[in-house]
Design a protein around this ligand. Sequence first.
Ligand code: PGA
Ligand code: ZN
Length: 420
Amino acid sequence: MLLDGLAVIEAARARKVFDSRGSLTIEVELETTGGYGRYSAPAGASVGVHEAVAFPRGGVDEALRLFEELVAPKLVGMDASDQKGVDEALKEVDGTPNFSRIGGSMAIACSIAAAKAAASSLGLPLYRWLGGALATTIPAPLGNVLGGGKHAAAKALDIQEILVFPLNASSAHVALRVNAEVHRRLPKRIAKLDPTFSGGKTDEGAWVAKLSAEQALGIVREVCDEVGDELGCKVGLGIDVAASSLWDESSKVYRYAGEGVNRTPDEQLAFIEGLVKDFRLLYVEDPFHEEDYDSFAKLTKLVKPCLVCGDDLFTTNVERLRRGVELKAANAIIIKPNQVGTLTDAFNTVSLAKSNGFIIVVSHRSGETEDEALAHIAVGFSAPLIKTGVVGGERIAKLNELIRIEEGLPSASMSTLLLD
Ligand code: PGA
Ligand code: ZN
């Protein structure tokens, strides 16, 4: 839909800002005739090899130089409400298949800033602009409470994230409270098992402890059940193994350095299947490395109705998802718009996922900015789950936005999952 000239981009600016890890990132702002949009790009630490390249050679400065030389002149004069056109223009000036010239961070900053500018020009909330009248579901928050892997500064849990999510919360407020309570009650339990625990956190605000996977899942399971009983809401438990970070290609094993154990792919399959059964897991992300579609497919079949979710496996990429659909490699997919660089590409992947019955999980990155747009994208895409941490200003920015969206949406209903 073109907005009668209200969304014509009149000015485009980009600058260097900082993310939650203190690393430099790109922020873009677009001024239209009747509105304004700004977005700053997040960054991953356990980055999939098939993701868009975050920055060109020459880093943030080179990305800014190319913005001035190529991107801004192209965007000015375009209509921000023509999202496809804006995203195609970004691909055209880049000219590579993975944004290695201008950088995926620059691309996604422009793409989402355009969506925000269009929404603002029309006087609509972003979720409404993206999702139309169908956007009425508030996603359940999938929150990282205990973690390690590449998100911890010191050796800790080998599995990157232990995640919790409310299954039948009555409102966004209750949903956030459930996750916050689980997070808040964990330190006491952790300290009993790990005397060295000093309250350290990962990049995403999850507790860092020297525990085995079984110890960690044992205490989180206990706390989930306790909080669930008290707040009258069932609490689901899950993991993001981020197994590409554990995989040793030369010796073909998963190296669990913290536990001092190596697992072959078959042992990994048995291990994960055991965790799902023993701890009643309802969500498993990246249990195998990013090229092992076959093991993904075996696990998906074995652990139904547990969600088996591809993050590094799919990297929000429609072609990789298509292969996953053919091979029945998963039943859920992580959607990180910066993995593909444009909202249009993320949307195309979401469409293919939905038409094949996959659960959509719209996700933050471990390096985030204070931007709240992810909440709108999740509602706009009608995602049943949003993965965006539990604590920390950059995570809370998105979570609190869910409360505001729900308040402004009388027809809103909270997503409920896996209750039957
Ligand atoms: P990343 O990790 O943002 O550091 O890539 C998050 C994830 O693996 O889900
Ligand atoms: Zn992941």
